[in-house]
Design a protein around this ligand. Structure first.
Ligand code: G6P
Length: 477
């Protein structure tokens, strides 16, 4: 098999498998910002994408693939070969659930309930060992697949030890790391045990270049290196020992052409018609999220309730469409959060529904075409995460909206850096402030709303995934 010049590594890959009743495997597209960004960009020279098998069906498919590379004939992965690693289930679960999603994700999104969590004990130390092993499996596969002097782009918080491990195995390679999440300030990052914090930072500094979605996250990373490792920083670089790593910001936008092509297909049209019928001639406030703690869905619903309580004129005239599709349901916190979202939605319905009007439409299953249709119809879009690396829904909304959308946006989302005054920015903890912003959005003059929405769409598409990907590669020259 030819060795690769450009490689990407990420936990979630572009495809996942499901085991049918007949024992056959069916394929579907991976979700989330990382996968959509890299998939769109992959046409530009990516040769191998290394990812983990995430389920039993994935492990079966991966174990059956010759040399580990999947046969994806007929599926658009942008021309890249996909090497899916059949990491054993218990190692994978410990690395993905306990360390990546319950520790590092929580650190970078500041999600801990600190009187109770985190707890770093002997059990957690075993999970960490699994994270090390899982990172080692990626490093070994990359070292095996890469041609001399190849460029390796390692993605996200699941794989923070990989850059240093790859450098040790293959000093000839050019290595980049890109973080899709925010980064915590040193005071919060140092909740981690000192040796773990140091392993993560030095793991990443094994790269020639590390990238972030916003200057805020890049600066926090540099402060962590300086404060916790005693590294030197200057001129956009971090120096530690005899090595330097450049720290870059590569914002990720959306591809307008691809989105518009996608919504022109019949499945989206059908869902748009169904939604239109459901909404009637009411005003529509939309949100679309993974059911994810950091997305702050519960406070968003509380703000909608406050809007209806304080502005009775909206009752009967507005509908909140909430699509919260499932995510990370192995984690009890996430299951409980979904239940809380559903409970609050029911309470709002009980308080206000009547005369054939239901204030809210909540769906918790995944339907990509339906989400796109909702974004087309949205007059107001609510994106109020506690913290978010970027948030691509905030960017897709203005591009897709038919009549212009007023964006209520958390100032803690990376996207807020690029949108300036055209979004109605809110403090995500301030429920009353969010309710006021929703009210202001509903009252916005339609012409003004369209003008702002057009400017938002221009900002959202300024750096499409191809440019983002090219910037990561160029940072290695
Ligand atoms: C975020 C992360 C990605 C991840 C995605 C979906 O966007 O930065 O790395 O793939 O969430 O989460 P999941 O755990 O389902 O892959």
């Amino acid at each position: 098999m030819p060795r690769a010049d450009v490689l990407v590594a990420s936990n979630r890959g572009p495809v996942s498998f499901r085991l049918g009743d007949d024992g056959g495997l069916t394929l579907s597209r991976g979700g989330g910002g990382l996968v959509s960004g890299v998939s769109t960009a992959a046409r530009d020279g990516l040769s191998v994408w290394v990812c983990a098998a995430l389920s039993d069906a994935d492990r079966l498919a991966a174990a059956a693939a010759p040399g580990g590379r999947l046969d994806l004939a007929g599926h658009d992965t942008g021309g890249a070969a996909v090497r899916m690693l059949p990491i054993d289930e218990s190692t994978f679960r410990s690395a993905y659930n306990a360390v990546a999603n319950s520790t590092i994700w929580y650190v970078n999104h500041t999600l801990f309930d600190t009187p109770r969590t985190p707890v770093f004990d002997a059990r957690w130390a075993r999970y960490w060992q699994a994270y090390v092993d899982y990172n080692r499996a990626f490093a070994a596969a990359l070292a095996e697949e890469a041609a001399d002097g190849a460029k390796v782009l390692v993605q996200d918080y699941h794989l923070m030890l990989v850059p240093r491990m790859v450098r040790e195995l293959r000093p000839d390679l050019r290595i980049g790391h890109f973080t899709h999440t925010p980064w915590a300030e040193p005071s919060y990052f140092s909740l981690l045990p000192d040796d773990i914090a140091a392993a993560i930072l030095t793991g990443m500094l094994g790269a020639d270049s590390v990238g972030f979605l916003s200057p805020r996250w890049a600066e926090a990373f540099v402060r962590c290196c300086v404060r916790l490792l005693g590294a030197d920083a200057g001129g956009g670089n971090v120096h530690l020992g005899n090595r330097s790593t450049s720290v870059r910001v590569h914002p990720l936008g959306v591809d307008a052409e691809e989105l518009r092509e996608r919504v022109s297909r019949p499945d989206v049209g059908l869902r748009r018609d169904a939604l239109r019928q459901r909404i009637g001639d009411r005003r529509v406030i939309v949100r679309v999220d993974r059911t994810e703690l950091s997305k702050n869905i519960v406070r968003g619903l509380a703000a909608y309730r406050e809007l209806l309580r304080t502005h009775p004129e909206h009752r009967g005239n507005v509908m909140h469409v909430v699509f919260a599709y499932p995510s990370r349901h192995d984690l009890p916190d996430y299951r409980a959060y979904t239940a809380e979202v559903q409970r609050l939605a029911r309470e709002i319905d009980d308080e206000f529904a009547g005369n054939g009007w239901s204030p809210l439409l909540l769906e918790v299953n995944d339907d990509y075409a339906r989400s796109l249709a909702a974004l087309q119809l949205a007059e107001v879009l609510v994106v109020n995460p506690l913290r978010d690396g970027m948030n691509l829904v905030a960017k897709e909304g203005p591009v897709l909206s038919e009549n212009g959308v007023a964006l209520v946006l958390s100032r803690e989302a990376g996207a807020a850096d690029e949108f300036g005054a055209d979004a109605l920015t809110v403090n995500p903890f301030d429920v009353s402030g969010t309710a006021r912003a929703m009210h202001e959005a509903l009252l916005m003059d339609p012409a003004e709303r369209r003008r702002r929405s057009e400017r938002l769409a221009r900002a959202a598409t300024a750096l499409p995934p191809t440019a983002w990907f090219a910037a990561q590669l160029a940072a290695l020259d």
